[in-house]
Design a protein around this ligand. Structure first.
Ligand SMILES: Cc1cc2nc3c(=O)[nH]c(=O)nc-3n(C[C@H](O)[C@H](O)[C@H](O)COP(=O)(O)OP(=O)(O)OC[C@H]3O[C@@H](n4cnc5c(N)ncnc54)[C@H](O)[C@@H]3O)c2cc1C
Length: 438
């Protein structure tokens, strides 16, 4: 039983099915609706280094006083966010960050090769572009700074990319009205013109291969004799399974907490709107200074925002989306919006920037695959393989240890003082798993 039918759950279901398991996917909304619908559509083979917490004062100050469009936060959410963000900040310091990069890059190296057979079998080739994406810069200084990083990344990870000046970018993207300083063209990335549709096609492939999709709320999950059950409690109307995988993205945290596991997870919410546009971009482009992603999609040009730090269930506050409207109109000849209200979704984040993939150590037959943050569309199939191999009990294709959901994982860089602050602020038990009561 796989709970959650986003890209991670659907990919996990396919990977288990491929290994001979009978699999049921459980999701009240059906496949590919939440973050997996509304993302920017990049399969980011080049994203070897995860987004760390900003370490420079200038970026932090801009965000703190609300001057950055890339980062926005709810003041009211700060008390609950301080603890996970402190951890995030500490994990982003050079030593721990290097360890996160080593693990993240080992996984993302397999991202496109893990998608490829699914795309082919699902008949989804027409949704995929393989021309990379432009990371565009307005400021010459920011571009120059990025170039040094690009050279390091290219040398260390063998990635393909080109640095373009303003003239070359204007020639490659004639839709641009304004001259930019230049861009980095990340050539190894793929783009998806309708990510929700890609997930739905993967889900149809799963059904064609004999899988079942059940529209049910997995919050009814309970241990049931030798296994797990969801659905109504009367005999005969609930679904039972010896093994269950929690792959509910941002909603995983609440479910696994109930079972006794505490991960200091948080969400980075994001918004998008589609715009009608006569001359669109040939490939996705990031307006780096403003943290706005512009992705040509089947619905129109998708303008997607950066990170909003807020509670998962808080009402939408599309401040970054409203600002993006005027910023992007400087760059492109945008028409009307397709939707009247922005879409909102949540990136499920962990402080150590790595997804949680592996066994829930307090229970038999309980497995986790969530916390894919900024790169879940990219990593879905690669992490599905890593989890399926753990469930099978054989060797894994990359080292799975950095991803295992052991309670101590997030404590590895915690200082006693910060742990204390964390415990005080969250007014909950100190971080760690407690014994379940089943
Ligand atoms: C604006 C934005 C841009 C992004 N751009 C990119 C990008 O370009 N490339 C990239 O790789 N990633 C990107 N991401 C991140 C990516 O979208 C996520 O990491 C990824 O979609 C997470 O997938 P998921 O399957 O874990 O979660 P989701 O897609 O959120 O799926 C979770 C599923 O769980 C289900 N669920 C919830 N509650 C229950 C319940 N009680 N019972 C059963 N099921 C339940 C939901 O219905 C949903 O289907 C972006 C995210 C955002 C917000």
């Amino acid at each position: 039983m796989v709970l959650g039918a986003g890209i991670v759950g659907v990919s996990t279901a396919l990977a288990l099915q491929e290994r001979g398991h009978a699999v049921v996917l459980v999701d009240p909304h059906g496949p590919g609706t939440r973050a997996s619908y509304g993302n920017a559509g990049l399969i980011q083979r080049e994203a070897v280094e995860p987004y760390g917490f900003p370490q420079d004062l200038a970026t932090l100050l801009l965000a703190a006083v609300g001057r950055s469009n890339a980062i926005y936060y709810h003041f009211k959410a700060l008390p609950s966010l301080v603890a996970p963000l402190l951890r995030y900040w500490r994990h982003s310091r050079p030593g721990p960050y290097a360890r996160a990069v080593a693990a993240h890059s080992s996984l993302i190296a397999h991202s496109t090769e893990a998608h490829a057979p699914l795309i082919a079998a699902a008949g989804a080739d027409a949704l995929i572009g393989k021309q990379g994406w432009h990371q565009a810069f307005r400021s010459v200084n920011r571009l120059a700074k990025a170039v040094a990083d690009v050279q390091r990344i290219r040398a260390n990870y063998g990635l393909n990319c080109q640095v373009m000046d303003g003239e070359e970018l204007a020639a490659a993207a004639p839709a641009l009205k304004q001259r930019m300083a230049g861009a980095v063209l990340w050539e190894d990335a793929w783009s998806v013109s309708n990510p929700g549709e890609l997930v739905r096609r993967y889900a149809r492939l799963f059904e064609r291969r004999g899988g079942t999709i059940l529209r049910e709320d997995a919050n009814s999950l309970r241990s049931d004799g030798a296994g797990w059950a969801v659905g109504a409690t009367d005999v005969g109307s609930s679904l039972t399974s010896a093994q269950v995988v929690v792959a509910m993205g941002a909603w995983s945290d609440a479910l696994v907490r109930r079972l006794g596991y505490r991960f200091p997870m948080f969400v980075k919410r994001g918004y998008h709107l589609h715009y009608r546009i006569k001359t669109t971009l040939a490939k996705p482009m990031l307006d780096t200074e403003n943290g706005i992603m512009l992705s040509p999609m089947s619905q129109g040009l998708r303008v997607a925002t950066g990170a909003e730090f807020a509670r998962l269930g808080a009402s939408p506050t599309p401040v970054q989306m409203h600002r993006s409207n005027s910023i992007v109109r400087e760059l492109l000849d945008l028409g009307e919006t397709v939707e009247s209200q922005p879409w909102m979704g949540a990136r499920p984040c962990t402080p150590d920037m790595l997804p949680v993939i592996g066994k829930g150590h307090l229970h038999q037959g309980l497995w986790f695959n969530f916390g894919h943050a900024h790169q879940g569309l990219t990593l879905g199939p690669a992490t599905a393989r890593l989890l399926a191999e753990q469930i099978e009990g054989g060797a894994t294709y990359i080292d799975h240890q950095p991803f295992v959901p052991a309670a101590l994982r997030a404590l590895t860089v915690g200082s006693p003082v910060l742990e204390r602050i964390y415990a005080e602020i969250s007014t909950l038990r100190p971080f760690g798993a407690r014994r379940h009561r089943h």
